[in-house]
Design a protein around this ligand. Structure first.
Ligand code: FAD
Ligand code: 2HG
Ligand code: ZN
Length: 454
């Protein structure tokens, strides 16, 4: 590394935006879970796309890796340094243009948080189709880079579906991308689609042109208790069929609910204990309560029901589900295995995982919850050392045997890169390598993420 790299970076972004001391870099060098951490050469905070381009160019010339970082809420270890890279924090890219009322699109800088984006869209009479519990910190750049899913995938799809265009800085410092908002433009390769989900390994996202959705004016949430997991998953199918305005279908289990209530001091929603809970949300222009209530009445085997229509009561029901991540983290850094299963294998997988984990990590605790409507289960395991690979190996092999996905929505990061071969062929991994080598031949961008180092 040239000795004057930090001075060169400071000339680009200003001294105040090159952080090197442990106190100010601490929040950038350890991930949200506390499981992944590493030293950074510096944390650099560019304020414009041009500054990002110069920072990347300088680092490339110096042969120093760049770890793009947004809100640092990623859960697979991809947003923190591993060995003295420059962390490029995009949080100062907070451009948020006026909503285009004719197209229902908006251009947002990479550092705009999800909460601010949704508030901005709503103020203009629209909404944004992706929502997730890390909304106050997760950024547009991070959500594009991970193709973030969240609770409304069932209705609006993941981030990729909201994307009209992306502006990004490539590994050589060149700026590519289109923010012109053309809904139809079949000209060449889909660079925005390629950058989406690339986890900072192909380019640094600096802005995105996003498609908005009509706002949900009337919303109702129900929490359904079941004493049998198959009954709960059958209910998921029936609700999908009978409620055309469903916007979320989530799943959690009794031990997770107990943990959330204990850790956050919440009262349990029902007096009795149950095997599984399905949270269903319906949203429409006119009150969806009758259609959702009718569909719930037609369900067999519902053990208990809570209904919420006003915003505070809805938030209270959502809290039982959304607070799982926070509650689990309070037990110590978890292993997070975000997986998807074919519908027919979901119940059997959920039932089999705890015993399988017990065989390789006796005494470890398994917490299962997720987006039932998408076949997406979050397997969280606590009580295992951060670098113990046995649990990951066991669970991901179970997923692969059942023809599921080892990364439903969080990405591969460093946490799962060693298991990519379970679900991607040699030819597919070689194609990923070829794309990476073509766009980043020196391996500058997020080295070690997604593909194992050579
Ligand atoms: P970071 O954590 O900073 O980065 C994530 C990855 O993207 C890293 O690889 C990083 O290098 C890369 N990156 C970040 N910014 C850029 C950029 N501008 N250009 C290029 N690469 C970049 N995820 C879901 O999909 N669904 C959920 O429901 C969900 N719920 C969550 C709930 C909680 C409580 C928490 C803590 C996390 C949750 N997540 C969820 C994970 C996380 O919030 C998402 O992955 C989110 O998209 C990350 O955004 P971020 O800005 O924090 O990115
Ligand atoms: C969620 O759905 C997030 O709540 C986080 O994707 C999942 O904590 C997790 O494992
Ligand atoms: Zn999730």
């Amino acid at each position: 590394m040239p000795p004057d790299l930090l001075a060169r970076l400071a000339r680009i972004v200003g001294d105040a935006h090159v952080l090197t001391d442990a106190d100010t870099t601490a929040g950038h060098t350890v991930d949200w879970t506390g499981r992944f951490r590493g030293p950074a050469l510096a944390v650099v905070r560019p304020g414009t796309t041009a500054e990002v381009a110069q920072v990347v160019r300088e680092c490339a010339q110096a042969g120093v890796g760049v770890v793009p970082q947004g809100g640092n809420t990623g859960l697979v270890g991809g947003s923190v340094p591993r060995g003295g890279e420059v962390v490029c924090s995009l949080r100062r890219l907070t451009r948020l243009d006026a909503v285009d009322l004719r197209t229902g699109q908006v251009t947002a800088g990479a550092g705009v948080t999800l909460a601010r984006l949704r508030e901005h869209a709503r103020a203009a009479g629209w909404d944004y189709g992706v929502d997730l519990a890390a909304r106050d910190s997760a950024t547009v750049g991070g959500m594009v880079a991970t193709n973030a899913g969240g609770v409304h995938v069932l209705r609006h799809g993941p981030t990729r579906r909201q994307l009209v265009g992306v502006e990004a800085v490539l590994a050589d410092g060149s700026v590519v991308g289109r923010l012109d908002g053309l809904e139809k433009d079949n000209t060449g390769y889909d660079l925005a689609g390629l950058l989406c989900g690339s986890e900072g390994t192909l380019g640094v996202v600096t802005a995105a042109r996003l498609r908005l959705v009509p706002p949900a004016r009337e919303v109702v949430v129900v929490l359904l208790a079941f004493d049998d997991l198959d009954d709960a998953l059958d209910a998921v199918g029936h609700l999908r069929r009978d409620v055309d305005c469903l916007s979320a279908l989530e799943l959690f289990l009794q031990d997770g609910l107990d943990l959330v209530c204990a850790q956050l001091g919440l009262r349990a929603p029902f007096t009795g204990a149950h095997r599984a809970y399905v949270l269903a949300e319906a949203a429409a222009a006119s009150d969806p309560t009758p259609v959702l209530a009718g569909a719930v009445d037609a369900l067999a085997a519902v053990a208990d029901v809570a209904v919420a229509t006003d915003p505070e009561a809805r938030r209270a029901l959502w809290r039982y589900r959304e607070a799982h991540t926070e509650a689990v983290n309070r037990l110590g850094p978890p292993h997070k295995l975000d997986v998807a299963l074919p519908a027919g294998a979901l119940a059997e997988f959920v039932t089999a995982v705890p015993a399988a984990v017990e065989t390789v990590a006796p005494g470890a605790r398994v917490w299962l919850f997720g987006h039932a409507g998408d076949g997406n289960v979050h397997v969280n395991v606590t009580g295992v050392a951060p670098d113990d690979a046995r649990v990951t190996d066991t669970v991901l092999r179970m997923v692969a045997q059942r023809r599921g996905s080892i990364s439903a929505e969080h990405g591969i990061g460093v946490a799962k890169r060693a298991w990519l071969h379970l679900v991607r062929s040699e030819a597919e991994i070689a194609a990923y390598r070829a794309v990476k080598d073509a766009l980043d031949p020196r391996g500058i961008l997020n080295p070690g993420v997604l593909l194992p180092p050579r």
